[in-house]
Design a binder for this molecule. Structure first.
Ligand code: UDP
Length: 333
């Protein structure tokens, strides 16, 4: 049974990948500092509570587990926060990736799967954007991830026989486990779908709509929303690629088409049945007008076949999760 070491496995995306790995029969170890993750979200394998900055603990945990591959999810992920607090992003994302890679090299771990982001593209000249487009991030979040991609590219070039990686560039990840066991559970979420649904539940008085004067058909930003379980399957496909001897590579993870913020809000109102208050606000710093993926490469090379390319399904699964979480919180109190 292959062993996979997962940083950030207690977080939103990491926990869905741990679930998929466990269900597929891999042996998983999660390493997470629980800054934004939750113990209950780790459905398979053990959890070591630790920080990537704690080099002795990290190295010792890795050495003891002896993984066949590392999957690295632990990171800070909010564009707005990265503009306000860039050093946090260069530390948590770039510096921690460097430290992890040093440990990975020291121990000779040969495979690495990296959570990258569409934010590395900045404002692409053409959309859907392909993996070969220039990387020109417009916020520190995207820049911190682009630097980590550079570390991986340089490292794999220096050691082509003993280190291979796949970087997956996520577009807008949303939705939750259909079984209702896990989902997004941040204390103060900023992402559109979660924020809209929490507003529908009355947890916020209104939803801010950031920018209505973008050069898009309805003036609001367009994003490519991908269901978290489809994204998890992309990781398993990337892992099989590396285990089968495939070379280092980079793939977009999105469906290839997008929805405007207004379209998402309308559907969230429809699914929740709540006509929540929407306040039009200024543009949020660091937001590109439109970002959708060319996704033919991952389909061809990794044989990835999305199952949930349907915004209604995505929002419905997130809405079910919001109610599930409420029940959990109530049953604990
Ligand atoms: N957005 C919004 N109100 C919110 C949260 C997000 O209008 O409360 C917009 C945001 O400006 C962007 C889109 O929704 O245009 C997607 O933002 P999100 O934070 O979900 O993901 P990102 O694209 O930044 O990764």
């Amino acid at each position: 049974m292959k062993k996979i070491f997962v940083t950030g496995g207690a977080g939103y995306i990491g926990s869905h990948v741990v679930k998929a790995l466990g269900e597929a029969g891999y042996e998983v170890l999660t390493y997470d500092n629980l800054a934004t993750g939750n113990r209950w979200a780790v459905l398979f394998g053990d959890l070591v509570v630790g920080d990537l900055g704690d080099r002795p603990l990290l190295t010792e945990t890795l050495r003891h587990f002896g993984p066949d591959a590392v999957m690295h999810f632990a990171a800070s992920i909010e564009v707005g926060e990265s503009v306000a607090n860039p050093l946090k992003y260069y530390r948590n994302n770039t510096l921690n990736a460097l430290q992890l890679l040093e440990a990975v090299r020291e121990l000779g771990i040969p495979r690495f799967i990296f959570s990258s982001t569409a934010a590395v593209y900045g404002i692409p000249k053409t959309i859907p954007v392909s993996e070969t487009a220039p990387l020109m991030p417009i916020n520190p979040y995207g820049a911190s991830k682009r630097m980590s991609e550079q570390l991986l590219a340089d490292l794999s070039q220096a050691h082509p026989d003993s280190f291979r990686y796949v970087a997956l560039r996520y577009f807008n990840v949303a939705g939750a486990d259909a079984g209702g066991r896990i989902g997004q559970a941040y204390r103060n979420p900023t992402h559109l779908i979660t924020r809209a649904l929490k507003t529908a539940r009355g947890l916020y008085p209104s939803l801010q709509l950031f920018g209505t004067d973008y050069p898009t058909p309805d003036g609001t930003c367009i994003r490519d929303y991908i269901h978290v379980d489809d994204l998890a399957e992309a990781h398993l496909a990337a892992l099989r690629h590396l285990l089968d001897g495939g070379g280092s590579d980079i793939f977009n993870c999105g469906y290839g088409h997008g929805y405007s913020v207004r379209e998402v809000i309308d559907l969230a109102k429809n699914i929740s049945g709540v006509d929540f208050l929407v306040m039009e606000a200024d543009r949020r710093k660091g937001d590109p007008p439109a970002l959708t993926a060319r996704s033919d490469k991952i389909k061809e090379v990794l044989a990835w076949q999305p199952q949930h390319d349907n915004l209604e399904f995505i929002i419905r699964s997130a809405w079910q999760w919001e109610q599930e979480m409420e029940e959990r919180l109530n049953s604990r109190s």
